[in-house]
Design a protein around this ligand. Sequence first.
Ligand SMILES: [Zn+2]
Length: 596
Amino acid sequence: MLISRLVDYQRSINPDADPFFEKKPVRWAVEYGDDGRFIQLHKLGDEKRGLDKLVPKKVGAVSGGVAAFGTDNPRFVLGYMTTPDEKKAGRDHAAFVDLARKAAESHAEARFTAAVAFLDRPDQVDAARQQAVAEKVADGDRMALSWHGDRGTLLFETDAGMQFWREYRQEQEASKKQAEAVRCLACGQVAPPVLTNDTKIMGVPDAQPSGAALVSFDKESFQSYGWDKNVNAPVCEQCSRDYTRGLNDLLDRSNRSRIDQEGVAFVYWQDSGRNREVVNIFEEPDSDDSRRILSAAQTGRLPDLGIKPSESLYALALRGNGGRAVVTEWFEETLGVAYSRLARWFEDLQLVLAFPEREGGQTVREQGALSRPPRLWMLVQATVRKGDKASPRLPSAIVRSALTGEPLPLWVADACARRLDLEENGFGDFLAPARLGLIRATINRRIRALNLKEKELQPGLDTTNEDPAYLCGRLLATLEAAQYAGVGDVGANIVDRYYGKASSAPSLVFGQLMKLAQSHLSAISNEGQRVNLDKEVQEIVGQLGASFPKTLSVEQQGAFAIGYYHQKAHRFAEIQRRRAERASQQEDTTEETNQS
Ligand SMILES: [Zn+2]
């Protein structure tokens, strides 16, 4: 489950982490002698910051009065504050002294005894405080005791100091009331639950900048995994800290295990650590690396690339809501299965191109070739008008379908079909292949998932597909071609005028369109062309049977769009083929003439 996977992840990237220590810069060292004499205040680090050290990490310190051993703010160590608050300073300094006394009592150590001697001598502590004033020590600076005999090693970082702190903390954990103990959801141990999770999840989109806590799943997703709402409830202190750190590491953009789309952050990892391949596949599916993995997944050659197919892949989607980081998707699968599903995903999006695919002034795929695998952002943007925001549910729906093989929600096809109708160049713009690919994937995945009898949509023209919606789409493309052949460019042609109605309520407009077609066909001067187009119209109408469908559902409107596009792509390919044929015939003739 999610929490324990994150805990495992954190422990795998950071196996030596000590739960009782944390990295913090230490700015000042208070040097004291054997008899408790104050010797000197030393400034540590450089101009900008103190020295990074693994310092004792205290828990439950929110309300104050809880000290760490041998180091803390000057208020704890010396009772020093730039704006004195005697109550606070007294309470915290007393807690600090108390802890030092505990150390001296439990371990016969000269450095401990001397520390207590120093803290017990008001004149010496005051001398240290005077120097702190002179050195302009800030309230937030971290200060540490250092015994003269340790020659610069700080009290808490001596072996004895670390040992004391560990024992002290372990005892503290053990003494938390047994009544409070619960079985930790992540590690399975019976342990006290988290009191304060002072480490927050950082960088979740739309969450508070100060960080968020991981909370419940969105309704749908957690139900589908049989999850309890209280994902964050019974987790022991150690696991809580580890899963938060693990998640922060994955969310760290510099680690490149994260993709953001429409306010949702996706992170990927696997048993052996971060996973950048899936991020790459979604972001650059046409790159050499991505193609290598996808084709290896199809042919069972993943081990050749050093990928263990049996290793698990984890995907998590998060969005922010104030102080909460909400899990919107959670997915776990072996790499072998996940990569082969991704390969299938891109296959489902493929189309034979009616227009060349261009990017940055370059043709990246020729007309008639298969479309290029679309990037995640292109799929998201293909559903909306340029500059508009897509549904925040869309990226999750896409990633989910790609990784699980589950069908896409129908509203995805609906959004795409609307764009084809409304967008000025919806079938030919930069995002058209992504838009049509999504429609094809939505329809085919639904057919597969529900075991429907319908024929799946092919990447290119399928003259054996007798779905009326698909045929109507093909017919509209043929009628458009007849119009162009008969009367040329007329500004707004039948597609510009009637596409919306033709794709939603064919019987309303196709009667009229067929009449128009008669006059367009008879205006075609090239007899061969006229005969061919007429034959094509008759064939499609013949397949359609007696009548045009009254209305088409969202899905059928998608099939209509694909039919229209396929027929168009097929026609353009035919034109090119004939052109090439003519060119080569001419060459032949020229050669013959030259020879004779
Ligand atoms: Zn645990």
